[in-house]
Design a binder for this molecule. Sequence first.
Ligand SMILES: [Zn+2]
Ligand SMILES: [Zn+2]
Length: 281
Amino acid sequence: MAAAAAARCGRDPCGALCPLLAYLSVGYADYAVLAHVLHGPALRGSPWCPFHAVTFNLIVLLLLACHTRAVFADPGTVPLPGTAIDFSDLRSAAPRKTEQSPEEWTVCSRCEAYRPPRAHHCRVCHRCVRRMDHHCPWINNCVGELNQKYFIQFLFYAGLASAYAAGLVLVAWLGPAGGDGAENRVQTAHCIVLLLESLLFGAFVTVVFYDQVVSIITDEPVPEQLRGRGLKEAKRPRGCRAKLALLQGVFGNGCVLAWLFPCSCGTPAGPAYAPLPACDV
Ligand SMILES: [Zn+2]
Ligand SMILES: [Zn+2]
């Protein structure tokens, strides 16, 4: 997947610049929190400093782990046909009615992949991706069926780190001032930059996080996982159960606590449907 990520960078310069900007921003925030907020005149010597340092770094570590998995994970790329397939017979033949409704499968006009319902072609990746949400330059990858969980976790931890950093800056400002004038000026300058960065990134990731969660829980079409288990459209559960089922389709059926970690435990290993439906080609 590293080779694929490098190839995407070549096609989309934003895909190389945005992750670099994200790493620099996270690195600066960590430096500013440790060197200028927690060791500033207001908080220096406080028994809470080690706790804040460990907690903030833990959030940053989880943020980077989720980001890395979102970058390098396969978003759900639809395999290309091994050999050129002549679909003319398929088009002319009467559609076969089966449980998996193969008539909803389509052939991509760009990459020629025979793709399941709700797969879309990405112009940057040059491939079709199952349940593609969008191509995100911040992870230099598509957000699709298999990596949406990691992308949403990255947004969650980025928002949490932003709120934490902004909170620490406010505590440092409200605390007693100390040290000499020059030290205070340097600390104030870093606090202002950190606060602006936290507000900017925090607002951005919160909006995208909200948008992602709403798009999952208001999903109208039945997810392929549920359809594979024979859940009919008419019997689809409504309300909280339906929303939980939709969230489980992305985050996995395991313990809800596992939703917080970038692990693949409890998550669907892949599509519930076969890569290719049975067709007499
Ligand atoms: Zn395609
Ligand atoms: Zn893409």
